[in-house]
Design a protein around this ligand. Structure first.
Ligand code: PBG
Length: 367
């Protein structure tokens, strides 16, 4: 008995037992398949929840949460150039793709059963300024990428990020004046950015900067130009989080001064997340999001209870990097931890999950 416990929990264990390491798949152990009699139970009735855990088939039948490839959204980094694919060191197995290779990657994603990608651009320094002007250039990297993607893969949903940080010389999500991040002036730029993305063919625009009033402004701008079917995926509860570090490496978009705490939320707050969600719903959001995901499962759960809209969760770069790093050390079973983590987000209430693991998970979940 002691040996079984040690084997099951030993982190370096390479033989994985179904119950601890592959919680999501139906595995049938020959020893479990038939009901073996035990000694007659003495005394009163004993409640035996273990009856429902006896075999893989049974566990699968009573499973409450099932993760599928259709739940996943794959974030992808795009850059200028041709035939290029650059590794992001703090995000193993994630790359910045030039447009031609992005199309190949998107095709592979689609073939795995993943329905949507979220695009993020690496913008060259000479195009960055304080007002993020390049963000609404109709010939910019993102509009070109969206047009090419929708032409090559019309059914793959394309979600574009609406924010200034990749375009900002200050590395902030808003226009900076005397060290302050301006709200309303920034929102006006975001509306222009969203219109350019919609015209390029984006299915959803995703305002990610936590400025006030941006969902309303973007919805009005889209409707006024006839883009009534372009949806808004609102980063409604986005926290000022240290888990975004690797993403900022990928896009070279870290703030040049200070931090993002005057616009992104304080990690200690959950009621405030409900307030933000309520506002975004009133302003016209189609889907609300919580970000990061893993350290905020309680927030996902509360928001799910509060709204009938689909809830998305963003399994962010730092969460991805932690799993990858531990797996590279041989300290955890990567595939099992990945599936368990993504399942926890869905169990907490996420209908959709943005994750850099999307491809790996879709592969692992293939029947
Ligand atoms: C920018 C944006 C960020 C992420 C998505 N959009 C970074 C930030 O707010 O600084 C982070 C995603 C990740 O860490 O995976 N508006």
């Amino acid at each position: 008995m002691i040996i079984i416990i040690i084997a099951g929990f030993h982190p370096m264990s390479s033989t994985v037992t179904p119950s601890t390491s592959v919680p999501l798949q139906a595995t049938t152990d020959a020893a479990e398949a038939t009901v073996a009699p035990s000694a007659p139970a003495g005394g009163g009735q004993v409640h035996r929840p273990r009856r429902l855990r006896r075999t893989g088939t049974l566990r699968r039948m009573v499973r409450e949460t099932v993760l599928t490839a259709a739940d996943l959204i794959y974030p992808l980094f795009v850059m200028e150039g041709e035939g290029q694919k650059e590794a992001v060191p703090s995000m193993p197995n994630c790359f910045r793709y030039s447009l031609d290779l992005l199309l190949e990657e998107a095709k592979a994603v689609w073939e795995l059963g993943i329905g949507a990608i979220a695009l993020f651009p690496l913008i060259s320094h000479h195009l960055k300024d304080n007002a993020g002007t390049e963000s609404y250039n109709p010939e910019g990297l993102i509009p070109r990428a969206v047009r090419a993607l929708k032409q090559a893969l019309p059914d793959l949903l394309v979600i574009t990020d609406v924010a200034l940080d990749p375009y900002s010389s200050e590395g902030h999500d808003g226009i900076v004046q005397n060290g302050h991040i301006l709200n309303d002036e920034t929102v006006a730029v975001l509306a222009k950015q969203a219109l350019v993305q919609a015209a390029a063919g984006a299915d959803f625009v995703a305002p990610s900067d936590m400025m006030d009033g941006r969902v309303r402004e973007i919805r009005q701008a889209l409707d006024a130009e006839g883009w009534i079917n372009v949806g808004i995926l609102a980063y409604s509860a986005k926290y000022a989080s240290a888990y975004y570090g690797p993403f900022r490496d990928a896009l070279d978009s870290a703030p040049k001064f200070g931090d993002k705490k005057t616009y992104q939320m304080d990690a200690a707050n959950a009621r405030e997340a409900i307030k933000e969600v309520e506002l975004d719903i009133k302003e016209g959001a189609d889907i609300v999001m919580v970000k990061p995901a893993l350290a905020y499962l309680d927030v996902i759960c509360r928001i799910k209870q509060h709204t009938n809209l689909p809830v998305a969760a963003y399994n962010v770069s730092g969460e991805y990097a932690m799993v990858k790093a531990a797996a590279q050390q041989g300290w955890i079973d990567e595939k099992a931890v990945m599936l368990e983590t993504l399942t926890s987000m869905k169990r907490a209430g996420a209908d959709l999950i943005l994750t850099y693991f999307a491809k790996d998970a879709a592969l692992a979940l293939r029947p």
